[in-house]
Design a protein around this ligand. Sequence first.
Ligand code: ATP
Length: 340
Amino acid sequence: MENTVFPGIRASDIAVRLDGVCKQYKQRQGRDDTPRSWRNLFSRQYKTITALDNLDLTIHRGETVAYAGPNGAGKSTTIKLIAGLLTPDSGTVTSLGMNPFSDRVRYVRNIAVVFGQRTELWWDHPVSSSFRWKKSIWKIDDEIYSRQIGILRERFNLAPIWNSLARDLSLGQRMRADLALALLPDPQLLLLDEPTLGLDVEARMAMLRYIRDLNANTGLTILITSHNTSDLEELGQRVVLVAQGTKRFDGSFRQLRAQVGDVRDMCVVTDSSRHPQVPDTIAYDRSEGRAHYYHFMADEHNIMDIIDMIGRQCRILDISIERTSIDNILTQLYRRYNSA
Ligand SMILES: Nc1ncnc2c1ncn2[C@@H]1O[C@H](COP(=O)(O)OP(=O)(O)OP(=O)(O)O)[C@@H](O)[C@H]1O
């Protein structure tokens, strides 16, 4: 009989599991006041940074998990641990039934890691050379290679850039080729660290579409980090929030929004640059000319009453009320975590 991990979940359903993972770094400290001091050479000072503090994380096969958190929260460290590039100081990391570090040779054939700021492509060579190079280094069988190239060229629209030098590609094209190259060995797990970093809106939307289709069509397990949280909301069925190396939230985006309530953003354009007065429970944000911005909790106010109150002070030329962005929700939550 198969091992059960939690009621209703079999061990084989789990792609990645981190149990009580701690990771610290030693950061060398410099001295500004005595830059050339001999003392710097002989008495180096180090500061210990806790990047991950007792982190538990379970990712099921076929899931796309969005991994979010403020700067320095420990996201990249988590990705590096799952990729087998680092080992934990304590706790365990198990991925695809293996220890990513000690089973590295066997393990790396089953995962793809894409870092937004780095490329695996040969810079001065055509894109196709990088694929052939990977085939030979990874000793990929001819038949599997042809099948994979066929699928990847079509899925990522590689034909127009196949013979272009990597250094001549736009950032969006480069990311597309890098993602395809990472998927050449047909991995079971994809780790994406900031895959949309620096992309313009069009390239970003295209990249999100590729990732979404990939999960829908292949059932690949995906863990993705991004500073652009609206990207994560587009992709992740599930979001995990980390802050100061600790998991703060694990659930759906709907549940995440419910953490701060149903916040609405309102913009009222009036005939005056003076912002209209509203009840204290409505937060005035800013004015840009005659456009005035507010936030309020939908369940605490009657929208018609607010409009009525503003209309008695000035002429309303335009008004828009929408659900607040996921970025605003996260900003509020990060503030809460920092002050806790
Ligand atoms: N190689 C390293 N040496 C020393 N300290 C490190 C190293 N890598 C990360 N850190 C520190 O560990 C903490 C977590 O870093 P990490 O890069 O995992 O966070 P992150 O959530 O990915 O941050 P960001 O969103 O800014 O990329 C930070 O305080 C960082 O300064």
